[in-house]
Every structure is written in C-alpha cells, then in structure tokens.
Ligand binder design. Sequence first.
Ligand code: WTA
Length: 656
Amino acid sequence: MPSSSGPAIENLYSEQRTFPPPADFAERATIGDPAVYDEAEQDVEAWWASHAGALRWTKPWDTICQWDPPFARWFDGGQLNVSDNCVDRHIDDGHGSQVAYYWEGEPGDTREITYHQLRDEVCRFANALKDLGVAKGDRVNIYLPMIPELPVAMLACARIGAIHSVVFAGFSSQSLVDRIEDADAHVLITADGAYRKGNVVPLKESADRAMSSTDKVTTCVVVRRTGDDVEMTEGRDHFYDDVVDGQSAECPPEPMDAEDVLYILYTSGTTGKPKGIVHTTGGYLTQVAATHRLVFDLKPDTDVYWCAADIGWVTGHSYIVYGPLANRATSIMYEGAPDHPGKDRFWEIVDRYKATILYTAPTAIRAFMKWGAELPAKHDLSSLRLLGTVGEPINPEAWMWYHEHIGGGTAPVVDTWWQTETGAIMITPLPGVTASKPGSAMTAFPGIRAVVVDEQGEAVAPGGGGYLTLQRPWPAMLRTIWGDEERYRDTYWSRFGPDIYFAGDGAKLDDDGHVWLLGRVDDVMNISGHRISTTEVESALVDHPKVAEAAVTGRADEMTGQAIAAFVTLRSGEDPSDELAAQLREHVAERIGKIARPANVLFTEDLPKTRSGKIMRRLLKDIAEGRELGDVTTLANADIVDEIKTRSDSAKAEEQ
Ligand code: WTA
C-alpha cells in the first residue's frame, strides 16, 4: 500500500487514437444510443429491475435493493431458479433445438448440445446428485476440465439448490484440499483425466491425493473423459455414466430465494488463504445476463459466441455458462490449449463454427502476436463482428493487433474490467455507442458508479489518477467471503469507508474522463517520488516492433527509491542484444518520459505466470532485488523462474 502522502499516479501515457463503432454496427446494435447512460442514472433501481424482469420468476420480488453497507440484498422476496432460466425457459419459448454449445475437444472430437439435450442431461445428473444425498444448500466441489459435463454439473447443482465450488482443473491437489475444507464440501465431481497440449493430465490421481489428505469427501463422481484406468474407491467413487444411467430426464427446478447462494468461487489473494467469494441467485443472474446481452450485443438467433476462458475462473462462470445460457446464446466451448496441435487452433475454430464474437485475455493476444500475424491470416475470420478482452490491462499495441489481425480492422473491441468479486462486467465500452481508445476500458456500464479516488478518498478530476472504487451496490456483487465476514469488510470496505468498495486496482482518468486501469495497486512503482504504473511502461515496451511481451517491476534503488527492472520477451525471429536493450530503454524514455526509462532490460523466453495467465510481478520483483524465491509451484510455468533468476544474477555480477 503506497504511503498516505504520496503524489497521485503520474499521467504519462496519452492515447490519441479512437475507434467509433462502424456505422452499420451501430445501426444494428441493441444499444446504439448513449441516452441509456442517463436513463439508468435517473432511476438505477428501475434500470436493474427492467433486466431482472426479463428473467422467469416464480415469485415476484418485494424490494429491488436493500443496502445496509457493506451488505446488499437484491430482489428480496423473489424466487427463481437459475437452471430453469438458463435452459427450460428457452425450450418453453420454442427454442429447444437451438445449439447451446458447439463443444470441441483438444484431440479434435466434437459434440453439439442443444438446449433440449442440455436440459435432459442436467435433469438426469440433478436426480443422480439427489440420490447421492445432495440437498439444498450443500456444497459440491467440481474439479473438471473444459468438457460439457462441467456446465451440466453446475446447472444440476443450481437446479436442486446445491452450492457449487468449481476448482480450476489446472490447480494442484493441495489447492483442491484447501477449497474442499474451507467450503466443507462432501461431494467432489471430477474426471479420469484431461487433455492438455496433447498430454493426459491425470485428474483423478490428483483428486485422490486431495481426498487422502482430507476426510471431508464422502462421495466422488468421476466423468470418463480419457478412458484411462483409474483407481476407484469402493463406496466412495462412482462413474458419472453409472449414476446418471436410468435417471429420469425430469427434475423440477427448486424454487430459490433471490439471495440464496448460487456458488462460491475462490480467488487466490496475494497473501493468506484463498478467499471464497460468495455469489447469490437473482442479482447475479440479472447482471450477467444484462451485461452479456449488451456488452457483446448478443443476437441469439444469429450469433455464434466464443468466450475462450476456462470455466474454472469467474470469466467462464459468468460468460461461458450463466450469461450466455440466460440469453439463449449459441456458444463455442473449447477444451484445450491455443497452440495444439498448431498455433492457429483458435483461428481454425473461429473459421469452422463461423464465430461472430470472441472474448479472450490480453495474455492470449500477446501470445498470438508473438506467434505472428500470418497464422490468423491463413483462416477466414470474416465472421467475427465483435471482440472482447478481460483479465488485465491490455497494452494499446496488443489492442491494435487484435483489432487489425483478428477483427479485420472493423470489429469493435470491448475491453471489459471486472473481478471475481464483482461477478459481472463493470467498466466497458458499449460496442454500438462508444468510440473506444486502445487500452482503455472507457466507461462504467449503465447503472454502475465507478469513481477514481485519491489517498483521501476524494474523486480525482480528468487527468488524475488513484484508486478505483465502486460507490453504489450492484446486483452481481459478492455478498461476503465464505465463512469470513470480517475479512469481507476488511478487504473491500474499510479503505475508504463501509459503503465504498475498494477494488485494489490503480486507475486514472484521461482528459476526457475515460477510465484506464493500471493494474493492482501493489504493481504501482515509485520512482524518484513519481508513482508510475507498471502497465504504462509495459505498454511502451510492447509498442516496440521487436517486443512481444514485457513485465516491469520496481526494485529498490539507493538513488531513486525504486528503479524499473524490465523483463522482455521478443517476437519470433528477433535476437536479444545489448544494443536492443539500450534501444528499448530509449524507446520507453521517448514514449512516456525519461522518468520511466527502465534501469535494465533482461531478455527471457517467457514470463512467470499464474495459471490464469497473470504475470507474477511480485516474483520478478524478488528476482530483481536478488531475494530468495518462495513457493513457485502455483505457477503455470515454474521452470522459467530459475532461468530468469540465473540470468539476472549473472547480469548483476557483470555490473559489479
Ligand atoms: C484485472 C477477472 C485491466 C484487475 C474477470 C482486476 C483488468 C483483476 C481487466 C480481477 C481489464 C480484469 N483491464 N485490468 N479489462 N479485467 N482486470 O478476479 O486487476 O480473475 O482486479 O477477474 O484482473 O481478476 P479476476
């Protein structure tokens, strides 16, 4: 946390390019008129109620929002069922034969699942869960790869009122144990194995290790994905096919109170045990459906929508499962890695299913940049009409590359800011309205009040920087941290007061008042008394034609307080050299000012990343400051850390 008397974040990077929606896009967009922002402001509750009203309620709500900071209740008194809204409602409206998911496995196998088939599967599995003793309010752990049984399991839980806790299949057995114990879950749904980059990941083995270190799990359901032999413990383990076989395809949806818990999803805090973020039923579904429909301009009859995230993260919960299904979307769901068997797998998929909307992360986009524009150019991507990004600040050059090479220079790009805690998109362009600037998430979604404040909590003026806060409750907001109300208050509602949500992200407003996210506040550097965001320096580095990806961190420096250490991955075919390092330092100095010139540049083949693709800057900081490194086993690519450390240490030795 920066000291309380420091200056505001320096506003260094100034973006001049804007991309208004193409005329034909704006004309056909669900929202093509900026008046929607004022309408929502005039009566925020009516705005959200209008979206809630599009869902099927079995009992109407009494109140729209009750706000007893920091606790909100939305649509209290109302009842609905999420699986009924995501599946049955569309069948009742005559759309049962519409495809819900075009699923593609990594080895190339495919499945097409209509809404009708989805309902049958969900009901059968819901009945099986009931037979296995799962009751309303019970927690069910789901540890599955990206196979159709994953959304089926989530919806089956929702149908009977069980609370799911999905654990990303790339997590270790220890992470699974922590989450099982914290949620006190007695049922675990997993698979024999998962395909990843052509290999089989033995998921059941990992689940077995977890179950041997906790005695919580009494029932384990195993989906057969790879068909490999797995150990089955008598009385505890059951194959999915066996428990579903013979079950009725009818299972009446349990009426749920709007504020009943739908799911828990754990986010790894930088310190301490993971936080179980709690989401409830009515408000959550309202906001994920509204944002999915309006931010992606979804036309359910014609669009083929692809969110290329993993359902193990919140992006997949909200924008592969609940939002799209609530809106009767036809989605693509892909099991595997973007570079298997070739580095053009995504573009093959876009072309095969004629995807019209693609939603992915900046880290993926930078990988595509690194692999080269000739790969997407080999495929027909002309079906794409809208692109989205989420997960971290997108460097303007990556935005431009995405726009040009994937979006054909015409598809609008929506840079969407939100968090596991917010449940749904909060800051984003509206594609038929907003003239976007590459790198900016632009504007709060209608009805959302996002305010950038200084140390004292005062709103900053355009041109200023500080901390992102949310100053009004929103329907999909987290309700608490599972089992830890105090941590909920401390983490989010104490920095600026009990009714101001502290997002933990740095942000600035440009001169037009548009929002630029600057990364987590602990990523802010202080160079000679100037606070400089890692994101801005990284964007300046990635702006150089030879650079594919960059991470910077502040390391302690006697002269300047902190100095900037840069870690750079070059594009294919480019070679590292001292000359190039010098050029890059100059490039940053030119692009955003001498104050931001990195003290040193270290070239590396890859950057240490979490399994969700976020660059681990803290680790880079430890390397840059020559500290011993802690546990790196949660990284997606732990090996690279040793390599970077060795290079960094030898570079330092040379300096001396
Ligand atoms: C970051 C992912 C800049 C931010 C949905 C946030 C972003 C954290 C953006 C939440 C964006 C997400 N621009 N930063 N468009 N989207 N972030 O919980 O730091 O996995 O606090 O949720 O990702 O990550 P989470």
